[in-house]
Design a protein around this ligand. Structure first.
Ligand code: DON
Length: 304
């Protein structure tokens, strides 16, 4: 498959679309980004990488980080994880509070903020220095030592994160948060603040297109069944209340973040990352979704 010329033509086609998306402004520091940035990186399962546009420029991965924290905890505690968080799509916005009360503080899935906060709590429970461990793990997957937290973005979210503070305290009232809520929030805001490029992101997510094996080191990070479940979660929950539309139009598991990043996996074939900061009304990158819909349509290949 000539991915390079396919990406080039998709890039040129999407770039001229009328993009009336808006950048996330509820984290003030994220507003400083150049809204016109647009990059794509695809890495096939033979490790060949194809890029176009702003593919090596770093951006804030935000919610995309939730997939990696979840995978780390899943690899560590196995199916006990599902006592603390569910695996059903929420059909609600990423930061919604409504289901928590009648579902007794067990978040629907690990990718809505409520669920990611429970996973952050588990990170504090299972790792002595979770911030250091998480960053090193991401660097290893990305094959890039030059990936860091953005302290200014983390601080900016901390100063404005009233909704996440409400979520973590509310979940604690059901005894599904074990640590100090401020410590959980501190870890969570840091994990979201990590910056990397489309190229890095495509490398990080390769583990999900290789049945849980880290391609470079051949380390079997997830069992094949765990990898299946991570991809299933991304399919059902990766785009919040737009997960159905993403499945309908793209047909691949994936995950978005409010920094404008989107990553998708075609198991046993490739991993692809797109970055464009302007978001649609559901909080997902407008160009990101347009790009991926074209990719699976032109290549006539998806998981369905
Ligand atoms: O907690 C928040 O609101 C952000 N740190 C992350 C949200 C996010 O990326 C949702 N994804 N589309």
């Amino acid at each position: 498959m000539d991915y390079q010329s396919i990406l080039n033509s998709i890039y040129n086609e999407v770039l001229v679309l009328d993009n009336n998306g808006k950048i996330a402004d509820y984290i003030p520091e994220l507003k400083r980004v150049n809204t016109e940035k647009f990059g794509i990186a695809l890495i096939d399962n033979y490790q060949k990488i194809y890029t176009v546009g702003d593919a090596i420029e770093k951006f804030s991965i935000q919610s995309i980080s939730k997939v990696i924290t979840t995978a780390l905890i899943f690899s560590k505690i196995g199916n006990d994880l599902w006592q603390r968080v569910g695996f059903e799509p929420s059909g609600n916005a990423f930061n919604s509070l409504v289901q928590l009360e009648y579902e007794n503080g067990i978040p629907r899935n690990p990718f809505i903020n409520a669920g990611a906060l429970v996973i952050a709590d588990l990170m504090l429970e299972h790792f002595e220095n979770p911030k250091e461990y998480f960053l090193n793990f991401i660097r290893e997957l990305a094959e890039n030592e030059n990936i860091n937290y953005n302290e200014i973005v983390a601080q900016s979210e901390k100063e404005n994160g009233y909704r996440n503070a409400a979520l973590v305290n509310y979940i604690k009232s059901f005894n599904n948060i074990k640590n100090d809520p401020d410590a959980v929030l501190d870890f969570y805001f840091h994990q979201c603040s990590i910056e990397m490029s489309c190229e890095d992101l495509a490398r990080v997510f390769q583990v999900f297109s290789h049945n849980g094996i880290v391609p470079r080191s051949k380390f079997k990070f997830l069992t094949t069944s765990q990898c299946k479940r991570m991809n299933a979660l991304m399919q059902m929950c990766g785009f919040y209340d737009q997960a159905g539309e993403f499945t309908f139009k793209v047909g691949l598991p994936g995950k978005s973040g409010v920094g404008g990043g989107v990553v998708a996996i075609y198991p046993n074939h490739y991993t692809v990352a797109v970055w464009s900061p302007k978001l649609n009304k559901k909080g997902n990158s407008f160009y990101g979704l347009e790009t991926l819909e074209r990719l699976t349509t032109i290549t006539e290949a998806s998981i369905f």
